[in-house]
Structures are given as C-alpha cells and as structure tokens.
Design a protein around this ligand. Structure first.
Ligand SMILES: [Zn+2]
Length: 362
C-alpha cells in the first residue's frame, strides 16, 4: 500500500463546497499549504492561487535554457467545487425546493441524507423526489425517473422554522462520511477533492525532498468547474502559463455492466494520462514527457481518453495565446454518486508523477 495522507483526504472530502460556494474548502486548503508556497492569494472569483518560485536556474549560456528569458510557468489546476444544489424556494409545508449546480444523475438521488448549509450553520435533512411510496405506487410510477426539480429536502421542521433558518441561495450537499475501504477510498466528493489533495501533496513532496525546480510552479484551486470551467478560465488568464495540467477524476468503468472497451481506466493501474475529452486535446509531447518520467521512476500510469466531458486543463490550454496542456486524472468508479471510489495506488501515482515531473521542466 502506498503512503497516503488519508486524514487530509477525508477532511477535504467532508467539507461542503459547491460551485460558487467553495469558501470552506478554500479555507481548509489555505491552512494546509502554509509554508509550501512563496505567494498565496485569492482572486475576485474565489480561486486560490499559490505560487512556488523557481529554486534553480537551468543554465546554458545566459539565464534559463528555455528560450523564454524567464522561468517557465507551470500551472496545476485543481477544482474545489463538488456538485450540489442551491435552495430555490420553500413551499407552504416547509419543504425546500432545489436548483442543481452541476450534472446530477437523478437515478442516484433517491432517499439521501443531505446538509443544508446556512449562515447559521449546517442543518441535516433528507432528500427525496415527490411521489408515492412503493406500497401505493402504480406500475407507471415505479418506472419513472424523476427530474431534479421534483426533488425536495425535508428538514423535519415546521414551515415557519424552516423559513427562519433557510433562505433562497443557501446551498445543499450530500451528507455521507468519507472512508477508506480495502485498497480504496470512497466519498461523495472524490470529484474533485482528489485533485485538491494531489495539488497539495505533490508540492509537499517536492518541498520535503528538497527537489530543486527551474519552473515557477503555480497551483490554482479553482472555482465553478462543474458548471463550465469558469474559475479556471480567469485564473489561467492571470497566471499565463506555458504548461497547464488539469488534475481531475475520470471514469473507471472496470465494473459489471460495462464492456471492457468502454472501461476508460482500470483501478490500480496507475494515474491517468488524459489525452482528450470534448473540451481539449492534450499536447502529445507533454504526454510523452510525463509518461517517460513515470517509467523512469517506476510510477504506474495509464493513457486514457474520455469521449465526452471537460476539465480545467482546457481552460489552461486556451488562456491568452495558449499553453501546452495535459490532464492527470484518477480513475473513479460510480462517478457523480455518493459512492465515488478511487484506488489508493492511482491516487499516490498522480502525486508522485507530478512531484517527479515538475523538477524536470526546463
Ligand atoms: Zn471534476
């Protein structure tokens, strides 16, 4: 078993933070990264931008041997938001109606424990779609897959008390403990606290190994990825990277009911070298470089392509006049459910590969 900081992963996963309300996750990360970076700041949208300046100069003739006349700027993009809901309204009986922030599969939303996050604190609730219980449901009712707008949250309070505590714009997350089981780690928010963890732990590994690097390394913990890479767009514009790495989950369909040619990634076979999705195509030379570093350091890695979906690497690639970009991903079973599962070997591989690769950038 690889050595993994499980305590940090659990705290990251259990901290609520949906698109536009990432502040609690950001505060946790901010306290974790103290001492790892030279500059830490939060921009107007809420992206947390952490930069570690080059610690050596790659000399050949004068200055850096990269033709730029300055240190190469490397950017890791790690989104902080998880999918969740905003409170859209409270009905006469005190039931809370919802607006989704991110792509939910409603088949996985029945009978969930949730937290309603308000200014006065987090309130436990249960979420269900409207309709009859099985005993009195018609055959027609049983086949129906409800839409998000049919779900509601029951706080178990009288309507006036709900109205006193909750307002439109408060937010709702799933309430499930994160846990290690066997070789895996399971949480409702592996997407994408896994990347927050990798962003912190890969830099921690560089610092602890005292690995010198010629690049300026910036890790941005981004906002609003699940609703369209929004934070990554503005943050990348500001950082103006030469190389951008989008760190995220991808699918691991190595489970029953999916043909092997649609597996995407296989658990335990290493971190994913993300070659393309519908938002970007990675720089093939960069993929080759990452793969060579993985081989040299005996870090397991697998090439992977996602037919649909997007990730922050696209925003890094397309900022200003463009950057070389790739994705480092962790195969996740049961994605966008409360049982998102990663393999600890794959997670450690993503950390180790980035920690080994960044110091090789000229
Ligand atoms: Zn994601």
């Amino acid at each position: 078993m690889p050595k993994v900081n499980i305590d940090l992963l659990k705290r990251l996963c259990e901290t609520p933070g949906i698109p536009g309300r990432e502040e609690r996750v950001r505060a946790l990360i901010q306290s974790e990264v103290a001492g790892l970076f030279d500059e830490i700041r939060t921009d107007a949208m809420g992206n947390l931008i952490c930069t570690r300046k080059a610690t050596k100069v790659e000399k050949k003739g004068k200055g850096n041997d990269n033709g730029l006349g300055r240190a190469t700027r490397v950017l890791f993009l790690c989104h902080m938001d998880e999918i969740g809901f905003y409170v859209k309204g409270i009905d006469d009986q005190g039931f809370i109606r919802l607006n989704a922030a991110g792509g939910f599969d409603t088949r996985n939303l029945f009978s969930r424990r949730v937290l309603v996050c308000t200014d006065g604190g987090d309130l436990p609730g249960v979420m269900n779609p409207g309709g009859r219980p099985v005993h009195i449901a018609s055959e027609e009712d049983k086949k129906k897959i409800p839409e998000v707008k049919e779900f509601f949250v029951d706080l178990g309070m009288k309507p006036d008390k709900v109205r006193k505590n909750v307002k439109i714009g408060d937010y709702v997350v799933m309430n499930e403990p994160a846990m290690q089981m066997g070789d895996k780690f399971v949480s409702k928010a592996m997407d994408n606290r896994v990347a927050c963890w990798i962003g912190i732990e890969s830099v921690r590994a560089i610092v602890e190994k005292k690995a010198a690097h010629a690049c300026d390394l910036t890790v941005v913990f981004t906002v609003q990825e699940e609703v369209g890479l929004r934070g990554a767009h503005t943050a990348s514009f500001g950082v103006e990277p030469d190389i951008a790495i989008g760190i995220d989950v991808t699918l691991a369909c190595d489970t029953p009911g999916v043909p092997t040619d649609e597996m995407i990634t296989k658990h335990g076979s290493g971190c994913g070298l993300h070659i393309m999705d519908s938002s970007f195509i990675a720089d093939y030379r960069l993929i080759n470089e990452l793969e060579a570093v993985a081989k040299k350091n005996k870090i397991p890695a697998q090439r992977t392509i996602l037919a649909r979906g997007g990730q922050d690497g696209a925003a890094g690639q397309q900022a200003r006049t463009g950057a070389r970009a790739a994705g480092i991903v962790v195969g996740t079973r049961y994605i966008h459910t409360v049982t998102e599962m990663v393999d600890l070997v794959d997670l450690a591989a993503a950390r180790d590969l980035l920690a080994a690769w960044a110091p090789t950038v000229k």
